[in-house]
Design a protein around this ligand. Structure first.
Ligand code: C6P
Length: 415
C-alpha cells in the first residue's frame, strides 16, 4: 500500500505551535526531534483534556453511583468509542484498554495462544518484527510445542512473499503476526494480503499497528485482521494507555489475561465467572485519565487528517532520503521513499551509531541509535545497530536539514 500523496496539505509549522516541547532550545540549538517512532510529542489540546478530567471529573470508574463516578465512567467509555471509530471496529465492546501495544500482543499470545496452539502448529512472524511482536509468540510457542517461522526480507527491506508456500509446508499455520509499518526500516507491509493468506491457512491474523495507527488510516474491517494492537503514546496521547481490538467472536471465547477486580461477573469460593467484554480483559482500575488523553489525541489527529499526515511524512521521507544519500560513507536501509513511512535508518562508515547520536544531540538533534528492539532484523542486516530518524505531523524540513548538517559535523569529528 503506497502512501497517498494527493491528500490535503498539512502545514507542519502551524501544527508544531500546538506542541509546547518545541518552545525550548537544546544545547543552545533549536530542538530537532526526530525520534517520534519511539514516542511522539504531545499537543496542548491533549494535555488540557487530561487536566480538565482530573480537575472536574475524576473518580474511579464503573463502581460509584455519584456524579463524579458517572462523569468519569462516561469519559472513559467516550474514549473507548473514539478508539472504535478510529479503527472502524464493528463493536465498542471489542476495544480493550491496555497499557501499550506490547501488552495488547501479550494478551493475545497468552489468552488465545496458550489455549489454541500445540505441537504441529506454526506461528508465522516476519524478520521485520519488533520484539513485542516476536518474543511473546516465541515464548508461547515454546510453552505449547508450536513452532515459530519467519517471513524473510528481500534486499530492499520488504517481505519476500514468494516464501509463503514453503513456510506453510512446515506446519499448520495458526497465527500470522506482523507489523503494518516497520519501526526500523519504515517498510509498509502488504498486510491485507497476509491477512488473506492467514485465513486461507485456517489461522488468525494479528496486526501490530503501533507504527501505522499514528500515521495512516487503520481500518480493521478493510484489513481483515483478527486482532490489532496500538499504543497511545506514539500517537500524541499520554504514556500508559493503548488498545487492543479483537474480533468479538474470538475475544468472547478467550480466557482472561489478568484476573482480579472489575473483570468478574460473580466470585464464590468454588468458582469465579468472568464479566462481559471488554471488562473480562480489564482487571483493576482502568487508565482513566490516560484514556481521556488518548481520546483527545485521536480528536486532534482526526482534525489534522490522517491522509494529510501520511502525505506529509512521505514527503519528508523522500526529502530526507534525497539529502542523506549525498553524505559520503552513508548506508541507508529500507525500501524506496514511495513504499515507506516516515522512518529512515542509516549508518555512517566506521562510526558507531551511539557516537553519531551523541554528537547530533550536541547539535540539538534527537534521533534513536541502537537495535530498535529488532535484533533479528539487525542480524539480517549484518549490523549490531543503526541510527534512526523518524518523523511525525509536527516535523518540519528544517529539522532534516539540521540532521544533515549535524552529520557533516559527525564526519568532521571522526575524520
Ligand atoms: N517501538 C521504537 O523506538 P510499546 O512500547 O508497547 O508502546 O510499543 C511496542 C512496539 C510494538 N511494535 C512496534 C512496531 C514498535 O515500534 C513498538 C515500539 C519503539 O521503535 C520503542 S522500542
Amino acid at each position: 500500500m503506497a502512501v497517498s500523496t494527493v491528500a490535503k496539505k498539512l502545514d507542519a509549522h502551524t501544527v508544531r505551535a500546538d506542541f509546547p516541547i518545541f518552545e525550548q532550545e537544546i544545547h543552545g540549538k533549536p530542538l530537532a526531534f526526530l525520534d517520534s517512532a519511539a514516542s511522539s510529542q504531545k499537543p496542548r489540546q491533549m494535555m488540557e483534556a487530561m487536566t480538565a478530567f482530573y480537575s472536574t471529573s475524576y473518580a474511579n470508574v464503573h463502581r460509584g453511583v455519584y456524579v463524579l463516578a458517572e462523569r468519569a465512567t462516561a469519559a472513559l467509555e467516550g474514549a473507548r468509542e473514539k478508539v472504535r471509530v478510529l479503527l472502524n471496529a464493528p463493536d465498542v465492546r471489542e476495544i480493550v484498554f491496555v497499557r501499550n501495544a506490547t501488552e495488547a500482543i501479550n494478551l493475545v499470545a497468552y489468552s488465545w495462544g496458550m489455549n489454541n496452539l500445540g505441537p504441529g502448529d506454526l506461528v508465522v512472524v516476519t524478520e521485520l518484527e519488533h520484539h513485542s511482536n516476536f518474543v511473546p509468540w516465541q515464548y508461547v510457542a515454546g510453552k505449547t510445542g508450536a513452532k515459530l517461522a519467519m517471513i524473510p526480507l528481500d534486499d530492499q527491506g520488504e517481505l519476500d512473499l514468494s516464501t509463503l508456500d514453503s513456510i506453510a509446508a512446515k506446519g499448520n499455520v495458526k497465527v500470522v503476526a506482523t507489523n503494518q509499518v516497520s519501526n526500523s526500516l519504515g517498510t509498509i507491509n502488504p498486510v491485507e494480503r497476509l491477512a488473506t493468506w492467514a485465513h486461507e491457512q485456517g489461522g488468525i491474523f494479528v496486526l501490530d499497528a503501533a507504527q501505522s495507527a499514528p500515521h495512516m488510516t487503520v481500518d480493521v474491517q478493510a484489513l481483515g485482521a483478527d486482532f490489532v494492537a496500538i499504543s497511545g503514546h506514539k500517537m500524541c496521547g499520554p504514556s500508559g494507555v493503548g488498545a487492543l481490538w479483537g474480533r468479538g467472536s474470538l475475544l468472547s471465547r478467550m480466557e482472561p489475561f489478568l484476573t482480579g477486580g472489575h473483570m468478574i461477573n460473580s466470585v464464590r469460593l468454588d468458582k469465579t465467572t468472568w464479566g462481559d467484554l471488554p471488562h473480562k480483559f480489564e482487571a483493576g482500575t482502568a487508565p482513566m485519565a490516560e484514556a481521556v488523553g488518548f481520546g483527545a489525541a485521536i480528536d486532534y489527529l482526526n482534525a489534522v487528517g490522517f491522509d494529510a499526515i501520511a502525505a506529509h511524512e512521505h514527503e519528508l521521507a523522500a526529502y530526507a532520503l534525497g539529502r542523506m544519500s549525498e553524505i559520503p560513507g552513508i548506508t541507508l536501509y529500507g525500501p524506496p521513499a514511495e513504499r515507506r513511512a516516515g522512518i529512515v535508518s542509516f549508518n555512517i562508515d566506521g562510526i558507531h551509531p551511539h557516537d553519531v547520536a551523541q554528537i547530533l544531540d550536541m547539535n540539538g538533534v534527537a534521533i534513536r541509535a541502537g537495535h530498535h528492539c529488532c535484533q533479528p532484523l539487525m542480524q539480517k542486516l549484518g549490523v549490531a545497530a543503526t541510527n534512526r530518524a523518524s518523523f511525525y505531523l509536527y516535523t518540519v524540513q528544517e529539522e532534516i536539514d539540521q540532521l544533515v548538517d549535524g552529520l557533516a559535523t559527525v564526519r568532521k569529528v571522526f575524520a
